[in-house]
Design a protein around this ligand. Structure first.
Ligand code: FAD
Ligand code: FES
Length: 1279
């Protein structure tokens, strides 16, 4: 619904009156096709192809490594393409703005922006050159060469279709009516006709941008039998300037409004444009570019959204609405909310909005705080206006409006009334805060939650307004702030928002050098573009749902439980089966084979049969001829539950509740080294603490997708799916249907992201889809909608941890005891393996002589959680680093000092008795401190914090030691099949699945080196169980290690067989040597093991090390933060492909940043997941990139345990995102110090603006009363 931008297209229109063509980007998912009459729509397929000519935009994003899984790439390409059609040489800020509405879960955005920056022209090249002179990377190759890129030539772009131009010129505008099965679409051409239509169909919505109505129809199932589209009514686009203000047509898009307002601000006197400037500020961060391009001013006003950004400013700015129903009426905008909702019901049409010029002595300001800086609806938003009596600080008029604190825009009329007539000083303001707190109240259970935070924001915004007004008064009448506070007033200075002033700068990401003697066509160690990047950019890459449908193919929609824990009495599909297109329904009773999957000894039902144990549990499925019919069918299935009395059926949602009821999956794990009790006894000081770490939604851009095709012969099934573990899916399907595995072949071409979420859950979904295909005898396709995917498929495990630490006064930690409780949800899945990995990483980089860890997977009534990049390590280590942080705070030193003091040094041994050499860990640490210039920046930050009261900076340096390989030895193996064909071409098949991590590219490089042939001769088609059987999952950062060795061995075997031929004909060519080789090679990986009884083992083949330093600036009044700079030094051995590995590093870092500082999975008290899409669940966007992002690969490292001395990298870096969390904590500590709060404090993850703001404990936070826990039912619970 417009939140991710993956479907971005460019829409072009011809205006016959002005003879102009306009181009703009738009989200295809919200574009009504009826509205596209006479418009040209361009997709990435339309601008270039690998068959003919790729477009420079496609080429540059691909070559800069801006495409990993590629699912977001066509949208990225089209956003940039649309920008270039309007501005052939954009600035970096233009690019960031254009990409603001496009999400990418893989790359971390830096490479995408890098590719796009090449269009910035000469100015940019010079800056880039200057920047490169400043960093010590002379001689190190660049990741891509700008000189090799295709030139941009705007004259070669597609022309607007002349036939559309002719049609637009020649047609007399007539009313258009499109009649569909259920909806009639009417598009009038005059205002009179529009008003008549609206009077005739008062309930029909006026659809302009469709960003409001479209969402309602798509996600809330609202059907509008008549839709009126006023896009061709010219009056609605008119803009008229009068002596008092400007009338703006209601149909004007927010982008055109922004352009208009920018022009007015430039051209008019500054006194007149106060409201325009405030509007401009809101328009810059409202939605993404695609939304602003289509969403209309009238639609925004009329929608009367509780957190509309524009309405509070329009209301504060005394704007006027002109509304027509039977005769024109003019509304004062201060009645915004009533006015607009009234309008919709009484069938009126808003024609224009009148913005009144401000006058001298009058000031208007806008404020907003959102979960993300761009493309996110505000948590609280506000518009404020004050007018001072000439030459004084007496308040003549005051207006304060808020969004996000009620069902519509809310005015603080009482507060304003009290302030009017008084002087603008501290006394008045203090009174205003008190009144405001009383007037703008929210009940503790208010929908949306964050009650304390939202209430504190209403005060903080007024305080910010006050600061700005004091500055204005100072300029106007020389009045200075007469603060009674003891602090100097310069500490209160108003600093502009980060978003306004801060600019992305160039980071450093350089490749490694290869050895001097390496063959030119040997690409190992060189930065090679992802092998599918170009086809992903051109839209040619095939994902599961792109596979063409076959005759009679059916679509599957799931029926899920709406209860967290209840008896399942009946699943009644009678009504569903009567619906048009519905073919059949399946339940557990239809399963011919095994009804459950067993993982680590715990059974998991495929479809609930007698009892449901979470909201979202699958109970059945409906298959129909179309997606829509299947969805309608699933909605019509009636599930009858029996809610048993509380005594019999418990509903446990949180880890805490599970602990109280001892609801655990077995076994619980424990590991100890040394004597912890004795250690505590000897310690100088002790500390205890608790931390919660929230879960994380995978948010792969391609949702779970599969297509099962029965061959109709000998019970064979072909399964095409987006899956990390096709062998597991194959086994699961075979067991479900009671057939041998040899009848099921699973094929994975590529995945649009996976991150651990496409292992077990995909196999279960594939089994249900196969069941439907089996029952109907037809091909069945299942592609989950984002909302269902988020509801059903689980996430990263939330963790509740308690710790106790004993340390000496010099900072040495001598004993620690950490207890982890993961919220596993309603089934075991991989939760036991997750807790094991948690315990194996409780040392991170530190040698603690007495260390104990205990971990338990709690069984609750939430959807079952599953693997996620890092597999428990990111949660495990956040606790460890929090312990370090607390010790540092207690001792009054920096956390970095404590880290250094306790780091492994010299020959070392882990708590599970694995010996290793931490040299590279220490090298990464030292190099990172030096490259990040940590020590001098720490001093600068302290000075900054001294000078600023409400903006604080923080810095943190975090190390990582991450074990690579599966602890279960049998998973560390791989197989490869290499075919050499007679024409010399080579087909490589291996067990790894491509999910954006570039495994196929690396395997191609391996085969090329081993066979000594160019990569162009080598092809990799797909991963399939009928070519390479019994494969292991592509997970644990071990894909390249395992499969690389298998490919290498297969190639070596083939070369050995070719040796005699080559000896006989040494001058021959590759083509002349090859004949019929076809060799299978099985490769066994390292002998890992872990003996949990003895608490020792060799669970990992080796460690990947790294260190990351991040600096942030926090707005203590809103909790907003900006990452100013990040430096990462990683030891990844000798990288096989530095482009891909650096991409993995940056992508994982950003995913970690999301985990620890942004992404919130909120559940209702009845166990229902709230966020079901990008509108509610915020993953990092381009605005969240560190302003300066440097990545360095540790030089001179090697690794005996993996192919070509490389190291696994997919997972480790995710934890380094916590450097941002700890930098925020560092800044918060500085803020707390200012209000007299010293020492350790609790900060749970994610440190979203809410948590950060509350932890800063500003005077405004302290003014908000906190309701007694238990005295109310909260809107959301911490699970
Ligand atoms: C991804 C996303 C992000 C967003 N982010 C923000 C944000 O950050 N801040 C924010 O404020 N908003 C945000 N929005 C909301 C968006 O701004 C509004 O949905 C949009 O402005 C509505 O305009 P529209 O033309 O698309 O309305 P439509 O969907 O076409 O219509 C919406 C409603 O307005 C009525 N209407 C439209 N025009 C008129 C008229 N002339 N007279 C009377 N009634 C009329 C219609 O009858 C309908 O009921 C976001 C929306 C999306 C999808
Ligand atoms: S490459 Fe952007 S989501 Fe995968």
């Amino acid at each position: 619904g417009g939140g991710c931008g993956a479907c971005t297209v460019m829409v072009s229109r011809y205006n016959p009156r002005e003879k102009t063509i306009s181009h703009f980007s738009a989200n295809a998912c919200l574009l009504p096709v009826c509205q596209l009459h006479l418009a040209a729509v361009t997709t990435t397929e339309g601008i270039g192809s690998t068959e003919t000519r790729i477009h420079p935009v496609q080429e540059r994003i691909a070559k800069a490594n801006g495409s990993q899984c590629g699912f977001c790439t066509p949208g990225m390409v089209m956003s940039l393409y649309a920008l270039l059609r309007n501005q052939p040489q954009p600035s970096l800020e233009d690019i960031v703005e254009a990409l603001g509405g496009n999400l990418c879960r893989c790359t971390g955005y830096r490479p995408i922006v890098d590719g796009c920056k090449t269009f910035c022209g000469v100015r940019m090249s010079v800056m880039r050159h200057l920047e490169s002179l400043l960093v010590d990377n002379a001689g190190v190759p660049e990741l891509f060469h700008e000189g090799d890129l295709l030139p941009q030539d705007p004259t070669q772009e597609l022309i607007f279709p002349p036939e559309l131009m002719l049609m637009a010129e020649s047609q007399r505008p007539l009313t258009q009516t499109f009649c569909g099965e259920r909806i009639t679409w009417v598009s009038p051409v005059t205002l009179r006709e529009l008003v008549e239509l609206k009077a005739k169909h008062p309930k029909a919505p006026l659809v302009l941008g469709n960003t409001g109505v479209g969402l309602e129809m798509k996600f809330k199932g609202i059907l509008h039998p008549v839709i009126i589209s006023p896009t061709r009514v010219p009056e609605l686009y008119e803009v008229n300037k009068t002596p008092d203000g400007v009338w703006v047509g209601a149909a004007c898009s927010l982008t055109s409004l922004k352009t208009l307002v920018e022009k007015l601000v430039r051209e008019l006197h500054e006194d007149q444009v106060e409201t325009f400037s405030a509007l401009l500020q809101q328009l810059r961060s409202l939605g993404g570019q695609q939304i602003r391009n289509v969403a209309s001013l009238g639609g925004n006003i009329a929608s009367a959204a509780p957190n509309s950004d524009l309405n509070p400013v329009l209301a504060a700015g005394r704007c006027i609405l002109s509304v027509i129903s039977k005769g024109e009426q003019v509304f004062n905008f201060t009645h915004t909310s009533q006015g607009s909702s009234h309008m919709s019901t009484m069938g009126s049409v808003e024609v224009k909005r009148f913005s009144v010029f401000s006058s001298s002595g009058e000031f208007v300001r806008a404020f907003r705080q959102a979960p993300r800086k761009a493309n996110a609806l505000a948590t609280v938003t506000s518009g404020m206006r004050v007018r001072f009596a000439q030459g004084t600080d007496a308040v003549e008029d005051l207006a304060i409006f808020y969004g996000g604190v009620g069902p519509c825009t809310v005015g603080a009329t009482k507060t304003c009334r009290e302030v009017i007539g008084r002087r603008w000083n501290e006394e008045t303001l203090n009174e205003a805060y008190r009144l405001l707190l009383d007037e703008i109240s929210l009940p503790p259970s208010a929908p949306g939650g964050k009650v304390e935070f939202r209430r504190s924001l209403t005060l903080s915004f007024l305080f910010k307004f006050n600061l700005q007004m004091l500055q204005k008064l100072n300029e106007m009448v020389g009045l200075t702030s007469r603060s009674s506070r003891s602090e100097p007033s310069w500490r209160w200075q108003v600093r502009p928002d980060c978003s306004d002033k801060r600019r992305l700068t160039f980071g450093t990401c350089r490749s490694q050098e290869v050895s001097q003697g390496q063959r030119g066509d040997d690409l190992v160690g060189r930065p090679v573009m992802h092998r599918s990047a170009l086809s992903q950019a051109t839209g040619e890459a095939v994902y599961c749902d792109d596979i063409a449908g076959s005759q009679g193919e059916l679509f599957l929609a799931l029926v899920t439980s709406t209860r967290a824990h209840a008896k399942l009495i009946k699943i009644d599909d009678g009504e569903a089966l009567k619906l048009p297109g519905v073919v059949d329904a399946v339940t557990a009773k239809d399963i011919p084979g095994k009804k459950f999957r067993t993982f680590t000894g715990i059974d998991e039902e495929l479809l609930a049969e007698n009892e449901v144990t979470c909201v979202g549990q699958m109970v059945g499925a409906v298959v129909a001829d179309t997606r829509q019919h299947a969805k309608q069918g699933a909605a019509a299935v009636k599930v009858v539950y029996e809610d048993l009395p509380d005594r019999c059926v418990l509903v446990l949602l949180t880890s805490q509740e599970a602990i109280e009821k001892k609801s655990f999956f077995k076994p619980q794990r424990e590991i100890e080294r040394g004597n912890v009790t004795e250690g505590f006894r000897k310690a100088d000081q002790m500390l205890e603490g608790e931390i919660r770490i929230g879960g994380q939604e995978h948010f792969y851009m391609e949702t779970q997708s599969m297509l099962v095709v029965p061959s109709g012969e000998e019970k064979e099934l072909k399964v095409y799916l987006s899956c990390q573990h096709p062998t597991y899916a194959q086994e699961s399907i075979a067991e479900t249907l009671g057939i041998p595995s040899n009848r099921v072949s699973c094929h994975v071409k590529r995945m649009g992201g996976a991150f651990g979420g496409k292992v077990t859950k995909t196999s279960i979904l594939a089994s249900i889809t196969a069941l439907a295909a089996w029952k109907t005898g037809q091909a069945v396709r299942c592609v989950l909608e984002r909302g269902d995917d988020m509801l059903i498929t689980g996430a990263r495990h939330p963790v509740l941890a308690n710790y106790k630490v004993g340390f000496m006064n010099d900072g040495r930690i001598i004993a620690a005891d950490i207890q982890y409780f993961t919220n596993a949800g309603n089934t075991g899945d991989e939760s036991i393996l997750v807790i094991e990995k948690i315990l194996l990483h409780i040392d991170n980089a530190y040698s603690v002589p007495n260390l104990r860890g205990r971990a338990t997977a709690c069984k609750t009534n939430l959807p079952s959680n599953t693997a996620f990049r890092g597999f428990g390590v990111p949660q495990s280590m956040l606790v460890v680093e929090s312990v370090i942080n607390d010790v540092a705070m207690k001792l009054g030193c920096t956390a970095e000092e404590i880290r250094e003091k306790n780091m492994y040094k010299g020959p070392s041994i882990t708590h599970y008795k694995l010996q290793f050499d931490p040299e590279n860990l220490l090298r990464c640490w030292d190099e990172c401190l030096q490259k990040a210039d940590y020590h001098s920046r720490r001093t600068t930050i302290a000075q900054f914090n001294q000078s600023n009261r409400f903006k604080k900076r923080g810095i943190a340096v975090i190390p990582i030691k991450y074990g690579i390989a599966f602890a279960e030895c049998f998973l560390n193996q791989a197989a490869a099949l290499v075919h050499i064909y007679k024409d010399g071409s080579v087909l490589v098949s291996h067990g790894g699945a491509e999910m954006g991590q570039g495994i196929h590219t690396k395997m191609q490089q391996v085969a090329s080196r081993e066979l000594r042939i160019p990569v162009s001769l080598i092809h990799i088609s797909e991963t399939s169980t009928n070519v390479v059987p019994n494969t292991c999952p592509s997970a644990a950062s071990f894909g390249t290690d395992a499969n690389g060795m298998a490919v290498k061995m297969a190639c070596e075997t083939l070369l050995q067989r070719l040796e005699p031929v080559i000896r006989e004909d040494p001058k021959g060519t590759w083509q002349s040597w090859v004949s019929w080789p076809n060799v299978v090679s099985l490769c066994r990986g390292p002998d890992t093991y872990m003996d949990w009884k003895k608490q020792e083992g060799q669970p990992y083949a080796y460690f990947t090390y790294g260190t990351c330093c991040s600096e942030v600036e926090v707005d203590c009044l809103t909790g907003d933060y900006q990452t100013l700079r990040t430096d990462i030094v990683m030891d990844i051995g000798r990288s096989i492909n530095p482009s891909i590995d650096i991409g993995q590093i940056e992508g994982a870092f950003m995913q970690g940043l999301g985990l620890y500082t942004m992404e919130e999975r909120k559940f209702s008290p009845s166990g229902m997941l709230y966020p079901r899409g990008p509108a509610q669940y915020k993953i990092p966007a381009v605005c969240d990139m560190p302003l300066k992002f440097n990545v360095y690969l540790l030089a001179g490292s090697s690794n005996l345990h993996a192919i070509y001395s490389s190291k696994g990298i997919g997972e480790p870096v995710l934890f380094l995102g916590s450097s941002v969390f700890f930098a925020i904590k560092d800044a918060v500590a500085a803020a707390r110090k200012d209000v007299g709060l010293g020492g350790p404090f609790k900060l749970d993850s994610p440190a979203c603006p809410e948590e950060t703001c509350l932890a800063c404990a500003s005077c405004f936070v302290q003014m908000v009363p906190v309701p007694k826990p238990g005295s109310f039912q909260p809107w959301a619970i911490d699970v």
